[in-house]
Each structure stands twice: as C-alpha cells, then as structure tokens.
Write a protein that binds this ligand. Sequence first.
Ligand code: CA
Length: 447
Amino acid sequence: MSYTVNESHNSQLRCWVASAHNPNTDFPIQNLPFGVFRRADSDEAARVGVAIGDQILDLSACLRQSLFDGLAAEAAQVCDQPTLNALLALGRSHWSALRQQISAVLREDGQAYQRDQEIGTKILLSMHDAELLLPVQIGDYTDFYASVHHATNVGSMFRPDNPLLPNYKYVPIGYHGRASSVVVSGAPVQRPNGQTRAPQADAPSFGPCKLLDYEMEIGLFVGPGNTLGQPIPIDQAEEQIFGLCLVNDWSARDIQTWEYQPLGPFLAKSFVTTISPWIVTLEALAPFRVPAFKRASDDPQPLSYLDSSADREQGGIDLTVEVYLASQQMRDGGVAPQRLSRGSFANMYWTIAQMLTHHASNGCNLRPGDLLASGTVSGASRDERGCLLELTWRGAEPIELPSGETRTFLQDGDEIILRGYCERADAARIGFGESRGVVQPAVAQSR
Ligand code: CA
C-alpha cells in the first residue's frame, strides 16, 4: 500500500538549517533523500547521509549524539557503511521510523535543537566540502519501456504501419541491463566503440559510436526483496520500494540498430548509465501520488495480477522531469544549459508497482539494492520527448543551441543534465537534485 501523508510532509515545518528554506532548494525538510558521502579529498570512510538544504546530515554522527532511539536507531546503526544496501534490507518500518526521527532532529521546535543550538556543528557537513558516491551497490539492473509515447514514437520510426507491438499494453516490457557500469552523477561518459553498419554498406565496421543519445528515466531501488519462487502481489509492491532517483540510460543508437535483433539491447546500453546521488524515498513522495495512467476506452485492462484498485487510484507519481544540454562551447562562453525537454512521470503507461510485480511474477527474486529503471519518460507533445532519437526524429530535425550550434546526436564535450521535482499548491516542493555527465572521446582502438 502507498504511504499516507503525515507530519513529516507538513509544509509549515520550520527547519533550523537556513538553506533548507531557500525557495530554490531541492532538499527542504519535507524531502530528506538518502545518499552516500565523505569529505572531499580525504580518506574518511564513506557513510550514509541525508540532504538538507545545501548540507548533509551525517547519520552516524547523529547516532553518536544519541539523537535516535528504537527502530530509527537500529536503522542508523547500518548507516556507517559505504552503501545503502543494509538500510534497504531492513524494510519499511525502519525506513519510516528513521525518517520521522530525522525530521524531528531537523525541526526548529524539536528537542535536539532546543537542547543545543550548536548541534549543527556536530552532525552536518556542507555539500560544498563533500564528495557524493554511488549510493548503492547495485546487484541487478533492469530497464523497462513504460512510456507508451516513447514506445509509439520509436516504433513508428522503424515500423510506420505498426508502431506499437501487440504485447505492449499487456506486458511491462523490459530487459536485463548491466549493473557494473552504473555510475554516479559527475562521472565521465566515454563514447563507446562498437560494431555498426552504415545504411547502404554491405558489411559492418568497428569504431566510435556516431549516434550517441541520452534517455531520461526514473529508477527505483528495491528494499528487502522476495524469495526465489515467491511472487510479489501488486498491493505489496510498494512495501518493496525504498525510493527513486534520476537515471540517464546513455544509448548508442547505431550500435543498437545493428545488434538488437533478435535478443534486444546489449552493448548499445551497457557502456555507462548515470544516476543521481540522492534517493528520494517513496514516503517523501506521498503528497504527489496521482491515479495511474488513464487507459483509452479501447485499451485492454491489465491482467488481474497487475491490477488493483489502490494502484489504479494512487499508483502514479506527479513528478516533472527535465533534460538540459550544455555544449563545450556553451560552457566556455558562460552560456546557461539549454532545456531540451520537460515531461511528467505521471504519463507512464505502467506504474512502479506494476513493473516490480511483473518482474517478480515468474518467481524471479529481487534483492536489496536492485535498480529498476522506467524507460524513457516521454509525453504526447514534442517538448516532452525524453531522448534525442525522438526529439530530432532520428536526426531528421536538428536542435538549435543558443551558441548557434546544432545537434542531432551528442558530440564530445556535451554535458547532459537531468533534473526532477514534485510540486503542488498545498505541499512543499521537493526535488531530485541532478544527474550530470560530460561526453568524452572514444578510446583509441587497439587490435
Ligand atoms: Ca532505456
């Protein structure tokens, strides 16, 4: 079942960390996303923290100050580790107890601050002084294809008469990706080499990808998981979801075109995938839940294992996602990144619960730290298309940048920035931070 809105979401809460009240911050006291950090340029042990304004709350330091008790203290005890996996394994009661007590620690009227107004010097580190690391040791990475707009656009380029295959509205389509090449925001993105075949050529050749793309996606991290052989009923799916992050599924379109039949994507996708460093918990998203995607009257209803009234009523998330591009020339000239698209995660054909339940429906076991990504988030209009393949219609409609440059696909030196946020009138706005990556030249080939 979904989380309910509680005191930790109250938009009137006052936090003693001043930057948490900056109107532009993604991290007010109502958000409290989790990540892994250490002091930059130090050999400090990496550990779990929570973003608050432009600061990081050090959960191990909080524990040393005896700020937590009960389940929250148990949860904080596994936060001295360099990944979130042990916390993910504990499950929802622990996550929720920890969130409530973190909120109390950060409240201006909370006991911790009322007892000691210098408490911040003992439990905070400025993000400016911190290095953010990959927050999870990802066991398995699965990538779905949950936007019907994306699937229809891409399908119509390759099969104009039959864009959407007959399985699409029954099966949440996905493939098994590569966990080892998932990196955190800021890590370089090396253009892959690969095998491609030019349109009129008889034979393929090997060399740098020429059609490099990004895909704007949302990822979820699995909590305790299920035993091999035991499926996860749809109304228990959200118990298994710790939180969400931004995912850039960098894609080599020319390699993909040549290799994807008959078994699907392979090396076109596994060279690098970038995620944002902060994981926004599903509980933090409670005020932004919306009905699942409204199916057309002639669409089939989901099969019963993928259907529940709770998921129909609350399975969607009203989360806005944006993609920005800054070329090397733009950055050198101090030109702000150009927004390429803005879409909504509420437009996805399948809910997060449906994707997770479907994944486990054959008995496949999901484990703490598995990453399930949604597939490209695209909407009905042109400016909602979440990748260049769609946005430039396979290169036919180039994009103009403020520097006068044009793009069909990515050039070396291009930086792609993903952003995401939730807002509504009666709730505090919360954000996902950013996922950034700059394209580096391909490595010289050796033979
Ligand atoms: Ca993808």
